[in-house]
Ligand binder design. Structure first.
Ligand code: B12
Ligand code: SF4
Ligand code: SF4
Length: 351
């Protein structure tokens, strides 16, 4: 059996082999950013993402030992994804921009698989009574906060975690463990300084002064998490983004040198610029098979079409009128109908 130093080294090497480009160990103490998170929720910045405000998850976000009894450390991991290769301006009328992270196989599935392999590795090399629990994105963990405590990087003003010399195009995951692995030094250096690029470039101006965002106005939220009507004052600001938003990361100087290609998550399955007429022509089953195993399934068909209609409206795309009219008559989802009606008014100039 390996001692704790050897085990930590072995875990980091294996994590690297599995595609995690950065690994750090944080103590399982309450996060220094927990109060800021609570305040963020109290102010309603989480919009309709009720899971962030649920009492059980609130408590767990504050104390990892409520998730894994006896938890001592979080092994924090970062896995890169390819930067956007097409800008919104390069996406012609009739097409919608898909966020860079979403064009490959769903990262949850890829990373779950790798986390499982890493857990197996730990169990094979540590005391067989060791307890572990893995999360990628969906767990009640302040992932950015613990990753900074594990020395990976620090949050920028756009609230994304930035790794110095690497940028912010990566996902975070973690393995909770009940062993006292040696901890890494917390990363405390501010990487933003006087830069304000993300704040100025954000289409909806939802980046706040305190390194958090007003999620309810964020295009990523509006196009992915929000199942309802996109408010009229925000519709024009969605532009041609049909799924997610990369603006505050694209303008960040820390992402300037990110390589164009990164195949850790596999080959792209979708174009970054997606044909929206084709989208409207997919029935429910075709929608499922087209976006099988990609993050786009999350919005479901009605949610995607709703945003696509808003994009048509923003593009004043005449050729979409018959499709929008048909959807307005036949579709039942209220947010989709609202978007179709709005888009028709934008295209025909009738208010
Ligand atoms: C809810 C959520 C969203 C919401 C709200 C985002 C937000 N900024 O709060 C919406 C739907 C808008 C969203 C969008 C996106 N998301 Co998201 N999201 C989450 C989720 C599930 C919870 C985030 C949360 O708790 N927000 C509340 C705020 C208050 O907390 P926070 O953002 O974590 O910020 C804390 C830390 O930054 C910490 N902190 C750490 N270091 C420092 C340093 C300083 C100086 C300060 C002041 C604070 C600080 O303090 C803050 C308060 O506690 C996490 C996964 C998870 N379990 O954590 C993914 C996560 C944050 N999302 C992720 C991604 C990739 C995205 C998008 C890029 C996707 C896209 N292209 O559309 C965008 C980015 C938008 C943005 N600017 O944040 C990644 C981020 C990876 C990274 N490099 O940071 C995560 C970690 C998922 C993952 N497992 O990889 N997301
Ligand atoms: S993802 Fe887009 S809308 Fe959201 S904060 Fe960043 S730039 Fe603003
Ligand atoms: S764009 Fe500038 S202010 Fe925004 S996160 Fe990057 S370095 Fe920080």
């Amino acid at each position: 059996m390996l001692n704790l130093d050897e085990l930590t080294m072995a875990i980091k090497t294996e994590a690297n082999r599995l595609g995690f480009n950065h690994t750090g160990i944080a103590p399982a103490l309450p996060s220094p950013h927990y109060d800021a998170f609570l305040q963020w929720v109290e102010e309603g910045n989480h919009a309709e993402m009720g899971y962030l405000a649920r009492e059980d998850t609130l408590a767990k976000r504050g104390d990892p030992s409520l998730i894994l009894e006896g938890c001592q450390r979080l092994i924090c991991l970062a896995m890169p994804y390819a930067r956007p290769n097409i800008s919104t301006q390069d996406c012609p009328p009739g097409k919608g921009k898909i966020s860079a992270y979403a064009v490959t196989r769903d990262y949850h599935e890829v990373i779950w698989d790798r986390l499982y392999q890493l857990e197996e590795f730990i169990h094979a090399h540590a005391d067989d009574k060791v307890k572990t629990k893995s999360y990628i994105d969906t767990g009640p963990i302040l992932e950015r906060s613990y990753a900074s405590k594990a020395g990976l990087g620090i949050a920028g003003k756009n609230s994304c975690l930035i790794i110095k010399g690497f940028g912010s195009y990566f996902f975070l995951a973690e393995i909770l463990i009940d062993l006292p692995l040696p901890i890494d030094q917390v990363f405390t250096r501010d990487l933003c300084g006087t830069c304000q690029r993300c704040i100025e470039a954000c289409p909806t101006r939802c980046i706040r002064e305190d390194y958090t965002i007003d999620a309810g106005s964020c295009i990523s939220y509006l196009t992915i998490e929000n199942k309802g009507i996109i408010p009229d004052h925000l519709k024009p600001l969605v532009g041609n983004r049909v799924f997610g938003c990369d603006v505050c990361q694209t303008v960040c100087p820390h992402n300037a040198w990110t390589p164009e290609q990164n195949l850790v998550l596999g080959e792209p399955r979708l174009p970054e610029c997606f044909d929206l007429i084709e989208l409207f022509n997919l029935d429910a089953d075709q929608f499922k098979s087209k976006f099988h195993e990609t993050p786009l399934l999350r919005t479901k068909r009605a949610g995607m079409l709703r945003t696509a209609a808003v994009v048509f409206g923003n593009q004043k795309f005449q050729l979409a009128l018959p499709i929008l009219q048909k959807a307005l008559e036949k579709e039942e989802d209220p947010a989709l109908k609202d978007a179709c009606g709005w888009a028709i008014r934008q295209i025909t100039g009738t208010q």
